[in-house]
Write a protein that binds this ligand. Sequence first.
Ligand code: HEC
Length: 229
Amino acid sequence: MQDQPKFFPQRGTDFYADGRSVRPQVENTVARNQLHEDSYFYTGLVNGKEGDGMPYPVTMAVLERGQERYNVYCTPCHSRVGNGEGMIVQRGYAHAGDFHTTRLETAPLGHFFYVIANGYGAMPDYSAQVAPADRWAIAAYIKALQLSQKATQADVPAGTKTESLSSIAEKEGFPESFTKPWVLPPTATYGTPNDQSFVLPTPGSSSTGSTAPVSAHSPAAAGQTVPKQ
Ligand code: HEC
């Protein structure tokens, strides 16, 4: 196989009249499994803008699926509560988005789908890992997660007993700081909000101490400026 004649991807050939080894799609045909008629389901966009609303009904099973997929693919960076301070961030990755800001609380549902499908700034895309139906399930779960962080007595059925997280933490013997916003260690770096360039710290520079983080997702060397994608 090493030596037999073959076409390499995107390399030309004189075998076909148009000089291309890769054959173009036959006009007016659709390959099996590629009939994406419902474009909102596949893109999260309506007329080029992020749409709001689920393309299929949300049930408890959908939210549970979304929670499970979120916990697998998003918590390493965004954490289980969605504050953007997951384990990878705590060990030096760019600060992941906090879902509990007004901007993201009011963002259309299609935004979450779109970010999973296409990535966002320092965040790589998860289109290969997370299928479209699961992207929507995760987006729906993030909405539930956002609600959960600001829920009031009025959000639960009348008569349901609620307890504050701090009183539960106290009862369970957690330290007082447990319910306070998490403090990131100095090795964590910050993302690229407002289209600012993201500068990787250089080894030994004062902001990083002795352990300089190496960006896992970028081939750039430490100290180089990584342009926002
Ligand atoms: C490898 C770490 C990593 C993983 C895993 C990850 N993200 Fe992110 N995410 C980031 C970072 C970093 C940012 C901030 C990017 C920036 O501002 O440049 C971000 C930002 C976001 C934002 C905010 C976009 C905005 O408008 O500010 C959303 C929404 C988001 N991620 C959703 C997800 C979802 C859903 C998943 C799981 C499918 C996920 N992310 C997995 C690192 C990650």
